[in-house]
Design a protein around this ligand. Structure first.
Ligand SMILES: Nc1ncnc2c1ncn2[C@@H]1O[C@H](COP(=O)(O)OP(=O)(O)O)[C@@H](O)[C@H]1O
Ligand SMILES: Nc1ccn([C@@H]2O[C@H](COP(=O)(O)OP(=O)(O)O)[C@@H](O)[C@H]2O)c(=O)n1
Ligand SMILES: [Mg+2]
Length: 237
């Protein structure tokens, strides 16, 4: 739950209220964001709804999402939530869904949204921060709709790292992190899944005016210089 009052820019605050108005907010959907905070104006404690500042970070496998998230965290202080890392932790902790998740990742397919959204919700709720980068999510319209239903809000902005397939394949095959899905067969399937299921999500946010498309080619530092102005303009630190 939220223990800290956010110091976001008025731009972000107004976009939050706009989102709340747009989406509507059933009690269940918003419970995750409800906390008791000191309300000095009224001299006591009151229930207030706090909506976190959320950036979705999208792009094909090997497009550099994780690498750029690390840099954004260092410079702007957001908390990085990697959907893939959460799922891999479920596998290594032998959770009830572990073997299903392992098989899905091996095949390059998408884990059911119910599982992934639950993990993301828990990561948000247990964080002290109220500004998040959600990396590798949503990967499908099903993911997107489940998130919006459970969390009760849309993301504030969406980054999309646009990278040629050939470059993504090269990076994945050189990643060297011992990942079960970093092989040519799985990466080919992942590219297909990206085109079929993730591109529609990117299109959705583009239509909503929330998408920042970033050229994902060049050095890590060059790419970060394209990302920096997005967060600098929002004054998220
Ligand atoms: N701009 C870049 N140029 C070359 N290699 C990169 C670049 N950005 C990231 N990498 C490397 O490519 C691999 C995939 O990057 P990663 O951040 O894990 O991508 P994603 O999370 O999108 O799959 C990693 O080994 C990373 O070190
Ligand atoms: N929202 C998500 C994110 C990842 N995943 C699974 O986890 C795998 C690895 O995701 P990742 O985000 O760590 O992969 P990269 O794009 O970073 O290489 C995906 O190929 C999916 O099988 C998922 O099912 N749903
Ligand atoms: Mg990654």
């Amino acid at each position: 739950m939220w223990r800290r009052v956010a110091s976001l820019s008025s731009l972000v605050s107004s976009s939050k209220s706009r989102i709340l108005n747009q989406v509507g907010c059933g009690l269940n959907a918003c419970q995750v964001f409800t906390t008791r905070v000191l309300n000095p104006a009224e001299g006591g404690v009151s229930d207030r709804r706090r909506i976190p500042f959320v950036t979705f970070v999208l792009g094909g496998p090997g497009s550099g999402k994780g690498t750029q998230c690390t840099k954004i965290v260092e410079t702007f202080g957001l908390t990085h939530i990697s959907a893939g890392d959460l799922l891999r932790k479920e596998i290594s902790s032998n959770s009830e869904n572990g073997s299903m998740i392992l098989n899905t990742i091996k095949e390059g397919k998408i884990v059911p949204s119910e599982v992934t959204v639950k993990l993301i919700k828990k990561a948000i709720e247990t964080s002290e921060n109220d500004r998040f980068l959600i990396d590798g999510f949503p990967r499908s319209e099903e993911n997107r709709i489940a998130y919006e239903r459970v969390i009760g809000a849309e993301p504030d902005i969406v980054l999309f790292f646009d990278c040629p397939e050939q470059e993504m394949v090269k990076r994945v095959l050189n990643r060297n992190q011992g990942r079960i899905d970093d092989n040519i067969d799985t990466v080919k399937e992942r590219l297909k899944v990206f085109a079929e299921l993730n591109l529609p999500v990117i299109k959705h946010y583009s239509k909503k005016g929330k998408l920042y498309k970033i050229d994902g080619t060049g050095s890590e530092d060059e790419i970060f210089e394209r990302v920096r102005p997005v967060f600098a303009a929002l004054s998220v630190r």
